[in-house]
Design a protein around this ligand. Structure first.
Ligand code: ASP
Length: 353
């Protein structure tokens, strides 16, 4: 079996420069050293016959990624899948916004026959003790396992659903977590013996069959005006009003706990209500690492819920942000978009209990 690798940039392929780390490593050479033809395969990679590689232009630090960058990956994946529909794909990506990209890909690639596994590393592939090799071999093992459908992220021994991951550490090799949903699989200490969460092979981030927002040929990602707004003790109504002027298309409001805002603050709830009345979708997320947003559970979240704000339930910030961008790209806006945020597209959200 061939696995196609799409290199998008990130630390994994970076080298030192006077301005800090920049893309520039010989990735193709490194890969051929990692998987030398004719030599016995590494455990778990016996059925991997070859890899092919394309690199996106320009290679970027993922901190510079935009929805257009997500779209460039979607198009590269689709172009390869059009020729080789059954070939798994591994995407090499910077870690900083990898969880946003994995969620974005999971929405846009619903229905793709082969799995897409995204990975990167905390240290460049050439650095001593780098995690690049373990992560790339792990991503390849997941890709050819026959047990993943949809988009997944492999990092630090964990395979996570694409719409459930979050970057949890800027330095630890265990750099990603799935705060609410359990990992799809854990790699064994030898890298090969994996423990899968489900025995039946349906471990991927497949679209819910009832999801009307999952589309076989979605409209492309473009840059829509979605603002992420954090609450903090002492934030004023005037500040929130100023941050919402001019009005964005959607607001992800990172509130406290289950979705509470400082509702005693003069003008704060009103500023949010005005945004909703003006046509913005207001989606309330939580600052908790592990959360289930239940708007209206407390008085402090009730007024914005009554005005039309919706909660992200158990979505990560990355999944919610990419979903708002995806839905805007599909032409949804305002209350229609807010309503669609609550329906799962690709396993990013637990069904309502
Ligand atoms: N700044 C880098 C990036 O996201 C960090 C990394 O890859 O680990 O591209």
């Amino acid at each position: 079996m061939n696995v196609h690798i799409i290199y998008t940039g990130g630390t994994i392929g970076m080298v030192d420069s006077p301005q800090g780390l920049v893309p520039g490593a010989d990735l193709a050479g490194w890969l051929s050293g990692l998987l030398p033809p004719g030599r016995p395969a590494a455990p778990g990679l016996e059925s991997l016959a070859s890899t092919s590689l394309t690199a996106l232009e320009p290679l970027i630090d993922s901190s510079n990624a935009t929805p257009e960058s997500w779209q460039a990956i979607v198009e590269e994946v689709r172009a390869h899948a059009a020729e080789h529909p059954a070939e798994p794909i591994v995407v090499l990506h910077g870690t900083d916004t990898m969880a946003y990209t994995s969620a974005a890909l999971s929405y846009a690639l619903v229905g793709l026959e082969a799995p897409v596994i995204i990975t990167g590393s905390q240290l460049p592939l050439g650095a001593e003790g780098s995690d690049a090799e373990a992560n790339v071999l792990g991503a390849l093992r997941a890709a050819i396992s026959g047990r993943v459908s949809g988009v997944a992220l492999f990092f630090g021994g964990l395979l996570l659903a694409g719409g459930r991951a979050t970057k949890s550490s800027s330095w630890d090799f265990a750099g990603f977590a799935s705060p609410v949903a359990p990992p799809l699989a854990r790699a064994g200490s030898d890298g090969a013996s994996w423990e899968w969460a489900q025995a039946d092979g349906s471990a991927g981030s497949e679209a819910s069959p009832t999801s009307p927002t999952a589309r076989a040929t979605p409209r492309p990602y473009a840059r829509h005006d979605v603002v992420v707004l954090d609450m903090a003790p002492g934030i004023t109504g005037a500040r929130v009003a100023a941050l919402l002027d001019p009005l964005p298309e959607a607001v992800i409001l990172r509130a406290f706990g289950v979705g509470n805002v400082p509702s005693d603050e003069p003008g704060l709830t009103e500023a949010i209500e005005r945004a909703i009345d003006g046509g913005a979708a207001v989606v309330v997320a939580s600052q908790c690492h592990q959360a289930e947003v239940i708007l209206g559970h407390y008085d402090t979240g009730d007024a914005i819920a009554r005005a039309g704000a919706v909660g992200t339930a158990d979505m990560t910030l990355e999944a919610a942000y990419a979903k708002a961008q995806f839905l805007l790209a599909q032409g949804l806006a305002g209350a229609e978009l807010a309503e669609a945020m609550g329906r799962p597209i690709a396993g990013e959200l637990s069904p309502r209990r």
